[in-house]
Each structure stands twice: as C-alpha cells, then as structure tokens.
Design a protein around this ligand. Structure first.
Ligand code: CMC
Length: 461
C-alpha cells in the first residue's frame, strides 16, 4: 500500500503529497581548514621573483596555490587534462596512486568492501561518518519509500527509440526528475531530492533496460533490499517472478561500494563544474551520467567485455591482442587498463579479481563468464610482464574485472555503465554538497591560451 502512495505527482503544495519527511541532511562534509605552512614555491619570471604559497592536505600532499598568479605576474598555467591541477579541497576520498590506496572518509576501501553495505557507504560519503544502526535503518527506510517513479515516466520512456542505449536514457530521466521536483533548493528540499535520487536511480536504470527489451517496467517493492529490488525490477516480467539469488544481491552491493566515489575524476569534475553555476541537483547528476558514459571513463566496462568477447569469438589469443594494443597504428587499446592516478595498482581491481574467482567458483566453470575471466587473467599476465605496459605503469583498473561479475549476474552488457552510475551517485551527491558548502566556492571558469587568428578585418564579398 505504501508503495502506491509514494510521489504520485500531486501538486507540490498538496497536503496529501506523500513525501517522507525527516530532518534535513546533517552534512558534515564541509571542507576542513587547510593546514598552513611557512613554505613557499618560488617563481622567477621577467626578472622578478614571486613567492607562491603552499597548502598541505591532511595526508601531507602539497599544492602550489596559484590563486593570485595572474594578478601578480600576468601569467596563467597550462595543464591539458588537469593532470597537475587541484580544482578543489575535498574531505571525501583519498587516493595515493603510487601506493594503490583508496579511502572513503578515511576508511580503507578493502575494509568497507568487507564490512559495509552500499547504503552505509552512501551515508558515509554524504554525511562524513558511518551511520549508527538507527540512522542506517532510517536512511534505508526513506530510500525504500521513494523508489517509485511518477507514472508519467511510462510515457517518457515510451517516447524514446526502442533500441535506445540505457545510459542516455538514464541521463535524460535523471534530468527529467527536475521537472517533477521543482521546489527551490534549500536544506530541506535538497535532503528530499538526495533521497529521491538514490531511491529512484535503480528504478530508472531498470526501466531504461525494460524499455530496451520492450517489456513493461516492473514496480519496486518495499520489502526488498536496495540491490535485491533492483535485480527484481531488471529480471521479473509479467509472466515470471524473478527468483532472487542472495549471492547476486551481495555481489552487486560490493560492486556499488567499489564504485561509490573516486575523487575528482571526469564525471565528478563535471558534476562540480555544472554545479558551480548553481544548477539544480538533478541537472548536475544528469551531467555526471553523461560524462561517465565515455569509453575512457565508465564506458570502459562495456568495452572490456566486448573486447574479451571479441577475443573469445576470434582466435582466442590474448598475446595477439596485447600486440595490437601496443601498436600505435592500431586503434585497439587494452580496455580496463591504465589510470591517470594509479601507478602501481588499482585496489578496486584487486578486490574484484578476487571476487571474480569466488563468484565463478560458485557459478561453475561452464558459465560464459568463466571463459572471459580466463582471457582477462591471461591478458593481465602478459601485459604485466610487457615492457610497454610496465614502463608506462599501466595496470588493470576497476573496469577490467567488473564486467565479468556483471556478466555472471546476468546483467546485460549495455547496462554495465549504468551500474557504475548507480554506484557513483552517492559520490557525486557528496561532492556536490561539499562544493556548495566550500567557503572558496566560485563558478568554474578555466582560462585558455588562444592560438587562433589574430585580428583581421571582414572583407565584404
Ligand atoms: N592500452 C594501451 N596503451 C595505453 C593504455 C591502454 N589501455 N592506456 C594508456 N596507454 C598508453 C598511452 O597510449 C600512452 O602511451 P604513450 O606515452 O606512448 O603516448 C601512455 O600509455 C599514457 O597514457 P595516457 O592516455 O596519456 O594516460 P591518461 O592518464 O591520459 O589516460 C586512461 C588514462 C584511463 C584514459 C587510459 O589509460 C585509457 O585509455 N585506458 C583504457 C580505458 C579505460 O580503461 N578507462 C577506464 C579508467 S578507470 C575507471 C574510471 O574511473 O573511469
């Protein structure tokens, strides 16, 4: 019954509008004061020497503060791809790429993967602390209560081409939530909208898949966990109720935890950039999904499985594919390999490789994923001994083994990046909230080095 009362699109001011109301988010994600240091960096230019202040992060990372560089020297910095540019201070996620360390709010990813649930991690990222038992129960209840989509979404999905890829469908649907929840943003409405986003994202994702396969969307159920609910919405149909394997729900929960945040990557930076104009929360999350779709970012998980399948269906030779990936005249890349930050190993890939073994032991060697896992391991083994990959410090990243597990769970390949988006959502939300509370908050507006034509007159023809 409760399910039918949820978010039914009543007028926003209707007293009947059944939005579970709780106290606004107790956000602890404000950025701590940055430790000061007496150290400075010196820049010599135009016969003068400039002292540039240094700031130090809580893990000892140092950054040159160039906030006044242009006004003092007339210079800007040039850093394509932002490989050396810190765009914000953040207290959410710490990565040491050289050591292969990833921590959310100080907690090692390995420990969170072992002891926590995805909703617990979502709370941690957003609030800054792990929830107490009662807080987690309250959060899970709120999220469960808001999983249903407004009925008008049936027409929304119906308006899209029948073979629409689920990623742009999700981006559009999340953006469209802004048309259903138009209250001005304040602490209370942001809280509700964060809950709505986390609650409705799996429903949107499953509906986008149902649309793709031409089946009616499946309504969420209140008695199931976050991941069990998603799997049921994916795999039930009017003729057959889905039989949940708890192992699958657990595996999915782990995958979501591992994807939940990753500091200032492409999609998170996009969320912050769009958010810096004070754009609406839903619009910012939609922009994050769009950025994530690219094959160099979250879209790589789909590309990895397509690569493994192409090798399996071709000559099956991992050696030959690695040769192709090294050849600069060949467009083939070893998808799921390499990372801007990790230069020894990606700890998420280590956890996932181990979990692949566990889940495939349970599922059995005849499952198609087992063959793909063998090929993936062979590719890794060859690449990690190959001078090309060793010298460039290229290792398997999170996308290398995640697809094998998704495949084992029966998730269709074109949904892999959508799964990444469900996992990353709390991270985007936490970063968006942190940005809005940052005392240094300014609209994002990079500069450029102009290399086009100098001024020239228009010659009338
Ligand atoms: N296969 C073959 N060569 C590679 C690969 C790869 N997967 N990745 C990097 N290289 C080479 C690259 O060609 C370059 O060689 P050279 O120095 O001779 O020009 C060198 O390694 C440095 O690479 P880069 O492209 O300059 O590094 P980047 O930091 O700009 O890009 C990356 C990082 C992840 C986009 C890149 O490694 C890549 O394209 N990997 C495959 C796609 C992929 O798996 N993406 C998922 C990333 S992890 C999930 C996420 O957070 O999005």
């Amino acid at each position: 019954m409760e399910c039918l009362e949820r978010d039914q699109g009543l007028p926003l001011n209707s007293p009947d509008r059944a939005v579970v109301s709780s106290s606004p988010l107790q956000i602890m994600s404000t950025v701590r004061t940055v430790p000061t240091t007496q150290e400075t960096a010196e820049l010599s230019y135009g016969g003068k020497t400039f002292q540039l202040p240094l700031i130090v992060g809580s893990e000892g990372e140092k950054a040159v503060d160039i906030g006044k560089l242009r006004s003092q020297t007339g210079l800007i910095t040039f850093d394509p791809g932002f490989g050396n540019t810190g765009a914000c201070k953040s207290a959410i996620t710490f990565i040491d790429g050289e050591a292969g360390i990833l921590r959310y709010r100080g907690y090692p990813i390995e420990e969170l993967a072992q002891h926590s649930s995805f909703l617990e991690v979502a709370w941690l990222l957003i609030h800054g602390e792990l929830p107490a038992k009662a807080q987690l129960e309250g959060f899970a209840k709120e999220v469960t209560y808001h999983t249903m989509l407004h009925e008008n979404f049936v027409r929304f999905f119906g308006a899209l081409p029948k073979d629409a890829h689920p990623m742009p469908v999700c981006a559009a649907a999340v953006g469209a939530l802004a048309t259903f929840y138009q209250e001005a943003e304040n602490e209370e409405t942001i809280h509700k909208n964060v809950i709505r986003l986390i609650a409705k994202m799996p429903t949107i994702a499953a509906s986008s898949y149902k649309h793709f396969v031409g089946q009616p969307s499946v309504y969420p159920r209140n008695d199931l966990s976050y991941c069990a609910n998603f799997l049921r919405m994916m795999f039930s149909n009017p003729c057959e109720e889905f039989q949940l394997d708890p192992l699958h729900a657990k595996a999915l929960d782990l995958l979501l935890i591992l994807h939940a945040d990753h500091e200032q990557n492409c999609s998170t930076s996009t969320v912050r950039m769009v958010g810096s104009s004070q754009a609406n929360l839903f619009a910012c999350m939609s922009s994050g999904i769009s950025a994530l779709w690219g094959p160099l970012h979250g879209g790589a998980n789909q590309m990895v499985i397509e690569m493994l399948e192409a090798i399996a269906q071709g000559d099956g030779s991992a050696e030959r594919f690695v040769q192709r990936a090294k050849d600069k005249n060949d467009t083939a890349r070893l998808m799921g390999f390499g990372h801007r930050v990790y230069k020894s190993h990606d700890p998420r890939a280590v956890i996932l490789k181990r979990y692949c073994s566990e889940i495939l032991d349970r599922i059995g060697p005849s499952h198609p994923s087992a063959r793909l896992f063998d090929i993936a391991r062979k590719l890794e083994e060859i690449a990690l001994k190959d001078e090309y990959f060793v010298s460039r410090k290229l290792y398997p990243n999170v996308d290398f083994y995640s697809g094998v597990i998704y495949k084992a769970l029966g998730i269709p390949t074109n949904m892999f990046t959508v799964m990444f988006a469900i996992g990353r959502l709390p991270g985007w939300v936490a970063q968006w909230l942190e940005m809005r509370r940052d005392p240094d908050f300014r609209i994002g507006r990079p500069r450029q080095v102009y290399v086009g034509a100098t001024m020239r007159p228009v010659t009338p023809q």
